[in-house]
Design a protein around this ligand. Structure first.
Ligand code: ATP
Ligand code: PRP
Length: 206
């Protein structure tokens, strides 16, 4: 029984392949995939998709497992089983803006790739804001006056610093996570659990 995995393309992909290698998996077909979007290894079939699509492929049962950032799970709340954190993709959600920003009486405008996370964050603070959805380069918005502040991922803080912005408030930590299709976890348990155990390896918290 073959396991299928939806993997987030980009930096998560690179870190996951390194992690797989450290756990004794053969990653050559994945490393040498070129522009192929579906690759088979001796242990599983892997598809390479954008983070927001990983949960969709897993929720619809096209893939048994997914490797996806917690940022995306927090934003979309897909109907999948959240199996465990993975030791990479570590960053955090933060509210950030210009250090000298003054508070006006009007509603603040917040730019973000994560409107639901932003909405929930400000709802819990009791502040009503206008949210502007962007697809990337979010740090630009306060510089050019599109927004008063942003809600985005911060890792090293370099992008904020180089654009003259600072963290105003930390929101929540984010890490890559292993998710599973709910039925696959039952139907394919004899294939999936040994795979997860090998993935966890020794000394990794279960
Ligand atoms: N600076 C970061 N540090 C650590 N993890 C990050 C960072 N930025 C994003 N991530 C994680 O990586 C996931 C994918 O990020 P994103 O969609 O920006 O793709 P990418 O890795 O930049 O690749 P690309 O934009 O080239 O497709 C995010 O959902 C998040 O979990
Ligand atoms: O704190 P840092 O280490 O600088 O990392 C944070 C940056 O990384 C991500 O951007 P990404 O590179 O994915 O580009 P994007 O703006 O197109 O999303 C995120 O959106 C921040 O911009």
């Amino acid at each position: 029984m073959t396991i299928s995995i939806a993997l987030t393309k980009g930096r998560v992909e690179k870190q996951f392949l390194q992690y797989l290698k450290s756990r004794g998996f053969h990653v050559e077909p994945l490393v040498e995939k070129g522009r192929k979007l579906l690759v088979e290894t001796d242990a599983f079939t892997c598809i390479f998709v954008k983070g927001f699509d990983v949960a969709t492929y897993v929720e619809y049962g096209i893939c048994d497992l997914g490797i996806v950032g917690e940022d995306i799970l927090a934003e979309t709340h897909p109907d999948v089983f959240d199996l465990m954190p993975l030791p990479f993709g570590k960053c955090r959600f933060a509210l950030a803006g210009k250090p000298e920003a003054v508070r006006h009486q009007r509603k603040r405008r917040i730019a973000t790739k994560y409107p639901n996370v932003t909405e929930q964050f400000f709802r819990e603070k009791g502040e009503s804001v206008d949210i502007v959805k962007l697809e990337g380069s979010v740090e630009l918005a306060p510089i050019v006056g599109l927004a008063d502040a942003i809600v985005d991922i911060v890792e090293t803080g370099n992008t904020l610093r180089e654009n003259g912005l600072t963290v105003i408030e930390e929101i929540q930590p984010v890490t890559a996570r292993l998710i599973a299709n709910r039925s696959a976890l039952k139907i394919k348990k004899q294939a999936i659990w040994p795979f997860i155990e090998k993935l966890q390896g020794e000394g990794v918290a279960k």
